[in-house]
Design a protein around this ligand. Structure first.
Ligand SMILES: [Zn+2]
Ligand SMILES: [Zn+2]
Ligand SMILES: [Zn+2]
Length: 141
């Protein structure tokens, strides 16, 4: 894995968002999480760490983060995970382990090219791709 800066300030800088205290607290909660978090779970994690951001603000921040690809909505749990490959263009695939709940991420540009051809035939222009594979991770199988 490339040596990527995973601190809140560099993540925000990468997507061009201003650094604010609530955004930093949301990112810190996601960085600590080992498994996808629900929006309420992010809110609870911030409170458990001694911070305070109201739930409406947490929702707004997570929606904004999802829109710029900083986090992914996790399809099978309905939660959110931090994108671990934000600098890579291509299809982001979340690998979800059913046994331990961990999520790994891989990226493949060729998958997107194939999907974009399919979308283009419907007159559709894509902006982002992601999907999820559910199964068992290397450590659990
Ligand atoms: Zn991603
Ligand atoms: Zn596992
Ligand atoms: Zn794709």
């Amino acid at each position: 894995m490339p040596s990527m800066q995973r601190d809140p300030a560099s993540l925000l800088r990468r997507v061009g968002l201003r650094h604010t205290r609530p955004r930093r607290l949301v990112l810190e909660a996601l960085l600590r999480a080992r498994t996808p978090l629900s929006y309420g779970g992010v809110h609870a994690q911030i409170a458990a760490a001694g911070g305070s951001v109201n739930l409406t603000t947490v929702y707004r921040i997570l929606d904004r983060f999802a829109a710029c690809g900083l986090v992914h909505r996790h399809l099978s749990s309905g939660g959110v995970v931090l994108c671990s490959l934000p600098e890579e263009w291509g299809h982001h695939v979340l690998l979800s382990c059913r046994a331990c709940g961990r999520v790994e991420e891989r990226c493949d540009p060729s998958l997107c090219r194939h999907e974009d051809r399919l979308a283009a035939r419907a007159g559709f222009r894509s902006t982002f791709h992601w999907s999820e594979v559910v199964g068992t991770c290397a450590a659990c199988s």
